[in-house]
Design a protein around this ligand. Structure first.
Ligand SMILES: Cc1cc2nc3c(=O)[nH]c(=O)nc-3n(C[C@H](O)[C@H](O)[C@H](O)COP(=O)(O)O)c2cc1C
Length: 226
């Protein structure tokens, strides 16, 4: 088991274990990737101030977020396609968040469905919703979230249009992965990923395929999303 001490260690493992197109999906931004870079450089400017000679008894990071007890004020943000980073990725992340005592947010564009995550967790999670034009789909998915006892609906307001993501275009990002020659060559080095993927039934967009009218596969999903 490798010793993981910081986020860069995790990034190296992620790169080693995950097919290039899914690693690049996480590790890149849209257009010139300016915001993607500034997400790091802006935080680099922040310094935590040291306080000395203070009472340290009973210090804690525990607090509440929207009325819910949390071990620290951090929630896992919604990340689409997590179940392609590793088989059952959303279930694994939700279970880890639950164990640690912080909220997990399931993306509309997750691979594991609301029901699948609900089945494998014991506490309510949050659900992120892209407000689509398909009213029937919206009503259906909100009901499914209620049925799963989701405790917060997280509305994404900043996706008026899709940003052009150059790496995704160049990699031909697709779910499931298309068996092209470069993909097969890359997959040969990610056999553990492949074996786990073969073993799970969660391989497509679980919240959408089979739920939105007329969406039964990836081709019809793209038409519907557009
Ligand atoms: C790879 C990736 C996938 C994401 N997928 C979604 C998504 O499906 N839905 C959503 O609302 N936000 C999505 N986001 C946005 C994040 O949830 C989050 O809002 C963003 O990363 C900014 O938060 P941060 O500054 O804590 O990283 C995604 C971000 C990344 C990096």
């Amino acid at each position: 088991m490798p010793v993981i001490t910081n986020i860069d260690d995790l990034k190296r493992l992620h790169k080693k274990r995950t097919p290039k197109m899914f690693y690049d999906y996480c590790e890149s931004g849209a257009w010139t990737e300016q915001t993607f870079r500034e997400n790091v450089t802006d935080f680099d400017k922040i310094r935590l101030r040291q306080r000395i000679a203070v009472d340290m008894e009973g210090r804690t990071t525990a607090t509440q977020m929207i009325g819910q007890d949390v071990s620290m004020p951090v929630a896992l943000a919604p990340v689409g396609l997590t179940g392609m980073q590793r088989a059952d990725g959303e279930i694994k992340a939700a279970k880890a968040a639950e164990k640690f005592g912080v909220p997990f947010t399931l993306s509309t564009m997750s691979i594991c469905s609301i029901e699948e995550v609900d089945k494998h967790t014991t506490k309510p999670f949050w659900f992120q919703l892209y407000v689509m034009r398909d009213q029937d789909f919206l009503e259906g998915i909100i009901q499914r979230a209620k049925d799963a006892k989701v405790s917060a609906l997280v509305l994404t307001l900043d996706l008026q249009i899709l940003g052009q993501r150059h790496k995704d275009l160049k990699n031909g990002l697709s779910v499931p992965l298309r068996p092209t020659l470069p993909n097969i060559a890359n997959l040969a080095t990610k056999w553990q990923w492949g074996l786990e993927m073969l073993a799970t039934k969660n391989k497509s967009f679980g919240n959408i395929v089979g739920h939105a009218k007329g969406v039964s596969n990836m081709g019809s999903l793209f038409t519907w999303t557009a």
